[in-house]
Design a binder for this molecule. Sequence first.
Ligand code: SF4
Length: 92
Amino acid sequence: MKRRDFLKLSAATAGATLIPVHMIQAQEEHLSPEDPQAKALKYVEDSEIEGQHCNNCIHAKGDLEAEWVGCNLFPNKQVKGSGWCSVWAARG
Ligand code: SF4
C-alpha cells in the first residue's frame, strides 16, 4: 500500500469512528415536554399520579433507578424517571 493510500484510508477510518460517538450523544438527549409527540401523549417530567412514573412503566428501558431512563415510545431520547405520559402501563 502506498503512503498516500494509507493516509486516505486512515482519514476515512477516523471519520467513521466519529459517527457512533455523535449517535450515542443523540441517544442521551432528554425529551422535552414541548416535543410534539410528548405533548400528544401528555408527557410531564413530574407525574401527578401516585405510583405511576416512567421508571416503573413497562415501556421504560435501561437503568430504571437512574434519573433519566430510556423509553420505547421515544427512541434516541431519555425521559425523566419521575415523569409520566398517557400510555403509562405497569411493569408486569
Ligand atoms: S411510555 Fe412510560 S416510560 Fe415512556 S414516557 Fe410514557 S410513562 Fe414514561
